[in-house]
Design a protein around this ligand. Structure first.
Ligand code: AKG
Length: 275
């Protein structure tokens, strides 16, 4: 008997089918179904080198400003908060990467804002603050028919099995509870990706950074984008330094969604919207 391992393509009884028209649509289909996908940023080798150098420079300044022992004492040593607010345009441009923005428009219905952009270091031979299973809307146990928040984890370095590429629990954004320990051990998979890729995660899918067995750090930049009803981790608009932004960029950075400080300022905003 000849065993045929070909995946069947014939169907019956199907009235509806997804019809992705591009590779972005295909990646979006995977994020919706499984909770994760890998997306190419389209950057050249030179652009990636610039991002890598800038990451190290900003990290050095960040540690000088905030103090290594202080950062270590609050479990923040392996994170650089609000990268795009540190001056320079490298990380601002990263947040507006055209492939990324296009897929976010497919994934999140209506408006979305950048909730946070952080540099993440997975240190060699050491656990770090992202190595425990979590959702990026932590402490939340609900399911949603559409993504409300997406994490775009930009790989500054190659993400490999050895250097602790991200573990995911596929489709766990579709269940309220965190699964049993046995399920986690059987079903978790590790996502490998090249430097320059974004690992896209539905923020409600459980994930964790893996253990980095190599002798080099593994660097990434995470971006959480969400519907404008969730507040930012750090207020981005008031921390942006004199940079020209288009009206779409301002909207994505949350300039239009600050809480009104009083009823009169709310009413003033309303009257401007109506004009
Ligand atoms: O570093 C990683 O692989 C995971 C990052 C992560 O968990 C996060 O950005 O929420």
């Amino acid at each position: 008997m000849i065993l045929d391992h070909k995946i069947p393509s014939a169907t019956y009884g199907i009235l509806q089918q997804n019809t992705p028209a591009s590779s972005l649509d295909e990646a979006a289909e995977q994020v919706k179904n499984l909770g994760y996908a890998v997306l190419d940023s389209g950057y050249s080798a030179l652009e990636l080198e610039n991002i890598s150098n800038e990451f190290n420079q900003v990290r050095e300044r960040y540690i000088q400003t905030n103090g290594e022992s202080h950062l270590r004492s609050i479990n923040e040593f392996h994170t650089i908060r609000a990268l795009l607010t540190h001056g320079g345009e490298t990380f601002l441009k990263l947040a507006f990467n055209p492939n990324l923005i296009s897929i976010l428009k497919i994934l999140i219905s209506g408006k979305f804002i950048l909730n946070q952009q952080n540099g993440i270091v997975n240190p060699p031979q050491e656990t770090y603050n992202q190595s425990a299973w979590h959702r990026d809307l932590p402490y939340q146990h609900f399911v949603s028919t559409k993504p409300l928040a997406i994490n775009a984890l930009f790989c500054v370095d190659d993400f490999t099995l050895e250097n602790g590429s991200t573990f995911v629990l596929p489709a766990s954004h579709k269940s309220e509870a965190y699964p049993s320990e046995g399920y986690v051990q059987k079903r978790a998979i590790q996502v490998e990706a090249k430097a320059g890729a974004f690992i896209l995660l539905d923020c409600m899918m459980f994930h964790a950074g893996g253990f980095n067995k190599t002798n080099s750090m593994r660097r990434a930049v995470n971006h959480v984008f969400n519907i404008p009803y969730f507040k930012q981790q750090i207020n981005i608009p008031i921390n942006m330094k004199n940079i020209n932004l288009s009206s779409e960029e301002q909207e994505i950075l949350g300039f239009n969604y600050a809480e009104s400080v009083s009823i009169s300022s709310f009413l003033l905003k309303r009257s401007r919207e109506i004009l």
